[in-house]
Design a protein around this ligand. Structure first.
Ligand code: SF4
Length: 336
């Protein structure tokens, strides 16, 4: 076993995380946690994970739920394609694999929402298979430890990182090593102010030994996030509010939202529905990975019953808060 692997495992035993709710659990829980942890930090994931497992304790429970039910328990966690893919994958596991999570690596990769690193993390942790992971944190650790310059999003650099990730894999203890690498990236070799002084692999770390820890990995070119603006129409009828179900693909796909319009469309809706009264509520901004959405909520009263092409429902506010809704809709409903 390489010094890197043995040092990391020994460090993890003493300083790593040992009480994460999915540690030592079955493959269903490992899979679920790995999907939730994509793009999301452990502290945010834990309460969602616990609630999700309580409602859907098995892959059969998850597969037999409706997509809407699944998304309602994903509500607030963001990146909803993960929830939709998780649900599709559960159905596939039940239909194609008889409810048994596949052990074969290629079969794991065929499940929706599972890429190379996630598949490896599942194989290593649940089946103790020798597989390398390479998520954002691990890229940072390896870029520094191996002294790999260049932006990690560049294909050639990423391929080099995969080569290093595979070369450093131990023949045994892959599950412990994988956890150690994850803990190292999250707790020690952090983006800013890494704990090099107490790092178990400091003596072999190229970045540390050449004084370029703060320059690796090379940051990607930061594009200025695009700014978008939208009106959310909050149409109330007594205690009920109108929500529309978004198409199943795209941002907030399958979720219940307020009708979203731009300035031009508002005039058209105002005429058609004879909107008699509009009250502008304080704006809010929701930040997505690639853009910022500035939302202008408008509370309206109307004379005409709205005609609708897409699936919609009138819900009591309390009921709407339990539905599959994205965070800004939740915030606005809470204001009512
Ligand atoms: Fe990361 Fe510092 Fe350890 Fe190098 S010495 S692996 S930069 S924590």
């Amino acid at each position: 076993m390489s010094i890197f692997a043995s040092s990391l495992i020994a460090w993890q035993r003493e300083h790593g995380r040992h009480d994460l709710p999915w540690q030592g659990a079955d493959v269903y829980c490992v899979w679920l946690s790995e999907i939730m942890l994509q793009q999301t930090q452990v502290a945010t994931v834990i309460p969602y994970y616990l609630r999700f497992v309580a409602v859907f304790p098995t892959v059969f429970a998850l597969a037999s739920a409706s997509e809407e039910e699944v998304l309602s328990h994903w509500s607030g966690l963001g990146y909803y394609a993960r929830g939709r893919n998780l649900h599709k994958a559960a159905k596939m596991i039940v239909d194609v694999h008889g409810g048994e999570f596949p052990k074969d690596h290629e079969a794991i990769l065929e499940l929706p929402g599972i890429g190379r690193s996630t598949a490896a993390a599942i194989s290593a942790q649940a089946f103790h298979e020798k597989r390398a992971i390479l998520d954002g944190n691990v890229k940072r650790v390896l870029a520094r430890y191996c002294g790999i310059g260049g932006q990690t999003s560049i294909k050639r650099i990423e391929e080099e990182l995969w080569r290093q990730a595979e070369a450093l894999l131990p023949d045994e203890g892959v599950a412990a090593y994988t956890q150690a690498l994850m803990d190292m990236g999250a707790m020690l070799c952090t983006r800013s102010r890494p704990g090099c002084a107490s790092c178990p692999v400091q003596s072999g770390c190229v970045a540390f030994n050449t004084g370029c820890v703060d320059r690796l990995p090379e940051p990607g070119l930061r594009k200025r996030a695009a700014e978008r603006r939208a009106i959310f129409l909050m149409m109330m009828k007594g205690r009920e509010i109108l929500l529309e179900k978004r198409e199943s693909s795209g941002i907030w796909g399958g979720l219940w939202c307020f009708p979203q319009l731009d300035e031009g469309e508002l005039a058209e809706y105002s005429r058609e529905w004879q909107i008699s009264e509009k009250t502008a509520l304080p704006s809010l901004t929701h930040v997505f990975t690639h853009f910022r959405l500035h939302i202008d909520p408008l509370l309206v009263k109307f004379a005409n019953k709205p005609s609708h092409q897409i699936e919609h429902a009138w819900m009591e506010v309390e009921e709407a808060l339990q539905a599959a809704i994205p965070t800004p809709v939740r915030k606005l409903l809470s204001r009512l």
